[in-house]
Design a protein around this ligand. Structure first.
Ligand SMILES: Cc1cc2nc3c(=O)[nH]c(=O)nc-3n(C[C@H](O)[C@H](O)[C@H](O)COP(=O)(O)OP(=O)(O)OC[C@H]3O[C@@H](n4cnc5c(N)ncnc54)[C@H](O)[C@@H]3O)c2cc1C
Length: 302
């Protein structure tokens, strides 16, 4: 029986592993190898790294720190969390692992633009031609030519956010026509943001720019931001009975407790700022609450 099983070894899961291992608790850390942080070419907004750090480097440093205290990342996808009377059964790798507490730190997966194959997607991401997070790297497109693939309220909000960095923003409908109500059109027009119909597709890297076909012809940008939403990886907790918002984000209280006693959640899988710092902060809160909950059940003594 483990004290806690952590599902996910991104910034949230690894932070929790460092805390819980240093609390002298027994943990297992399962991960299926698809952290969003692994896609970051170089973050410049994560505090403590003035020269920036790549996502894979940051994850490797965090894992090394967790390992110093005995944590082991096991490469298995968890397929089920089963709440029992006083513990959990976590299913992975065709086996069942019992635990007194579970922390879900499974993150989200961004929806990619259609018609962008894996190789092109990877190269565009590495070169900053494709970006997913204006809060993270909007600074890097200051005064650049930016395209946003999206529509509706979400697309409008992303385009308006980027307008804070550059005057040259174009909102492109992913499908044939934009779904923008009067309020959206007025806000975009007021900000001087062009909005053009799709469907968009046939992406290509042309020199230092990324080009995309639209209903108005081929357009090239310094960077394109897809604003197409994400899939929240909360299925395991929802299947176990945890409450989630309509879009799938897990509901937690201010100690990261889900609606199932003993099941905690941290990071992008919870509604909040989808940022490394936030994931780490939530994981620190969750880990400390888990420690105190376990100590109330049975005193922790050396
Ligand atoms: C291109 C890009 C650039 C970004 N740049 C920045 C930036 O500069 N600054 C910043 O703060 N944020 C940035 N972000 C956001 C940042 O990556 C996320 O906020 C952060 O990774 C969230 O951490 P997390 O631990 O919640 O989730 P993740 O990092 O996504 O980790 C979740 C982990 O859970 C695992 N998992 C999922 N399901 C299972 C399962 N069933 N069984 C086992 N394991 C499972 C996955 O393998 C994954 O490793 C960026 C994101 C992208 C995509």
């Amino acid at each position: 029986m483990e004290d806690c099983i952590i599902i996910g070894a991104g910034p949230a899961g690894l932070t929790a592993a460092i805390y819980l291992a240093r609390f002298h608790l027994s943990i297992r850390l399962f991960d299926c190898g698809s952290s969003r942080a692994a896609l970051i070419p170089r973050t410049h907004n994560h505090a403590g790294y003035p020269e920036g750090i790549t996502g894979p480097d940051l994850l490797a440093r965090m894992l090394a720190q967790a390992e110093l205290y005995g944590a082991v990342r096991e490469q298995h996808e968890v397929t089920r969390i089963e709440p029992l009377a006083e513990e959990f059964a976590v299913h992975a790798d065709g086996r069942t692992f019992p635990a007194r507490a579970v922390l879900l730190a499974t993150g989200v997966v961004n929806h990619r633009p259609e018609g962008l194959d894996d190789a092109l997607h990877g190269e565009a991401l590495q070169r900053g031609l494709l970006r997913y997070c204006p809060i993270c790297d909007g600074y890097e497109v200051t005064d650049k030519r930016v395209g946003v693939i999206g529509t509706g309220d979400h697309g409008m909000r992303e385009a308006l956010f980027l307008r804070g960095y550059t005057a040259d923003v174009t909102l492109i409908a992913p499908g044939a026509a934009h779904e923008l109500d009067e309020h959206c059109v007025a806000a975009l027009d007021d900000a001087g943001i062009a909005h053009i119909d799709g469907p968009c597709g046939r992406y290509a890297i042309e020199g230092n720019r990324i080009a995309v076909d639209t209903a108005s012809g081929t357009m090239a940008f310094d960077s394109i931001y897809p604003a197409l939403g994400s899939r929240i990886r909360s299925d395991l907790a929802v299947a176990a009975g945890a409450r989630a918002s309509d879009d799938g984000c897990l509901e937690v209280d201010d100690h990261q407790r889900t609606s199932i006693p003993g099941l905690f959640a941290a990071g992008d899988v919870v509604k909040g700022l989808d940022q490394i710092s936030h994931a780490m902060g939530e994981a620190g809160v969750a880990a400390t609450t888990i420690r105190n909950m376990l100590a109330e059940q049975r005193p922790l003594r050396r």
